[in-house]
Design a protein around this ligand. Structure first.
Ligand SMILES: [Zn+2]
Ligand SMILES: [Zn+2]
Length: 298
C-alpha cells in the first residue's frame, strides 16, 4: 500500500474539473487539468511535460498542485514560498573486503566495522559541511552484511537516502557521501563501490504562486483555514519539474481525522487515513486558485 492519498487527489481534481466546466463561460482563460501517473519514483510528471502535455496550446502562466497532509488539521491549507519539499537521491554503497573465520580477523578484511565507520562519517559530513540554514538529511535505511556470528563476510551493503533543499547542497551531499563510501574502505585496505540514483529535484514554490494559494485559501476558508508553513517537508515530489519551468506553487491540504491533530499517521504509513470531509475543501481550493489567478475573484 502506498498510502499517499493519490486516489483522493485524482477524485478532487476530477471534481474541480466538473465544477469549473459547468461555469466555463464565466471563466476568462484556459484551465488544464493534469492527471499524472507514477508520482512516486517513476517521474510521471517529467514524462508528461517532455511530451508537451501543458504546451499543446498556449504556454501556462502558472501551475498548482494540492497534496494531502495528515500533519495539518482537516481542511486547512498549508503552503510557503521557496522550498516546500526536498530533493531525494539514493546512494547504493558496497564495501568489499575479504571473508574469513570470525576468530582470525587479521587473516581477513572485515567490511563490518568499516561499514559502521562510513555510517558515522556520513553524519559528521552532514553536521560539519552543511549550513544549518540550508539543511540536508542523510539516512542509512538499510545496512546488511554477513550470515552468522563467527564468519567474517565478504562484503557489506548500505542503502542511503539523501535529502536537500537546493541544487548546490544536493550536489555537494551526493559527492560527499559517495566519496566517504568509496574512500573510507580504501583507508582500511578494502574497496568501496557506489551507485548514485538521482531522484526528484527540490520543489521550490515561486513567491507569486504561494501568494495566490494564500489569497485563495484565506478568501475561501478565513484566516484560520490557511497555515503559512514555517518549514518544508523533507519528502519529495515530481511536481518539482513543473515548478522548474513555470511560475506556481505546491500546497498541502490537511486531512488529519478529527481528534488526531498533531498525531495522525503520516503518508506512507499503513495507518494513514484521509478525513474525507476535507476533500470538499480540496475541490473548492482547486477552483478558488483558478478564479484567483484568472480574475482575482474567489
Ligand atoms: Zn508518497
Ligand atoms: Zn504523494
Amino acid at each position: 500500500m502506498h498510502a499517499c492519498g493519490h486516489d483522493a487527489h485524482t477524485a478532487m481534481l476530477a471534481s474541480a474539473a466538473h465544477l469549473l466546466s459547468e461555469r466555463a463561460e464565466n471563466i476568462s482563460g484556459n484551465v488544464l487539468f493534469m492527471f499524472q501517473p507514477g508520482e512516486e519514483g517513476y517521474g510521471g510528471a517529467k514524462i508528461m511535460l517532455d511530451e508537451g502535455v501543458l504546451e499543446a496550446g498556449e504556454k501556462p502562466d502558472s501551475v498548482f498542485a494540492l497534496h494531502v497532509a495528515p500533519e495539518l488539521p482537516s481542511g486547512v491549507i498549508g503552503c510557503r514560498s521557496g522550498p516546500i519539499l526536498a530533493a531525494a537521491d539514493t546512494v547504493l554503497g558496497r564495501i568489499i573486503g575479504q571473508g574469513g573465520h570470525g576468530s582470525m580477523p587479521h587473516n581477513a578484511a572485515d567490511p563490518v566495522p568499516v561499514a559502521c565507520e562510513v555510517v558515522q562519517a556520513i553524519q559528521t559530513l552532514v553536521t560539519r559541511q552543511f549550513s544549518v540554514f540550508d539543511p540536508v538529511v542523510a539516512t542509512v535505511g538499510r545496512i546488511q552484511a554477513g550470515t552468522t556470528n563467527n564468519v567474517i563476510p565478504e562484503s557489506a551493503e548500505l542503502d542511503i537516502t539523501l535529502r536537500s533543499l537546493s541544487e548546490d547542497t544536493r550536489e555537494r551531499l551526493a559527492s560527499g557521501v559517495c566519496g566517504l563510501v568509496e574512500q573510507i574502505p580504501v583507508a582500511h585496505g578494502l574497496q568501496g563501490e557506489v551507485k548514485l540514483k538521482r531522484g526528484y529535484p527540490p520543489t521550490i514554490n515561486h513567491a507569486a504562486g504561494a501568494e495566490v494559494v494564500a489569497k485563495a485559501a484565506k478568501a475561501l476558508l478565513g484566516e484560520e483555514g490557511y497555515r503559512l508553513m514555517p518549514d518544508p517537508f523533507m519528502a519529495s515530489e515530481d511536481f518539482s519539474y513543473l515548478l522548474q519551468r513555470y511560475n506556481g506553487a505546491f500546497a498541502f491540504l490537511g486531512v488529519a481525522p478529527p481528534g488526531t491533530e498533531g498525531k495522525a499517521a503520516p503518508c506512507h504509513s499503513n495507518h494513514m487515513l484521509v478525513d474525507e470531509d476535507a476533500m470538499a475543501v480540496g475541490v473548492a481550493m482547486h477552483a478558488a486558485i483558478v478564479l484567483t489567478c484568472l480574475d482575482g475573484s474567489v
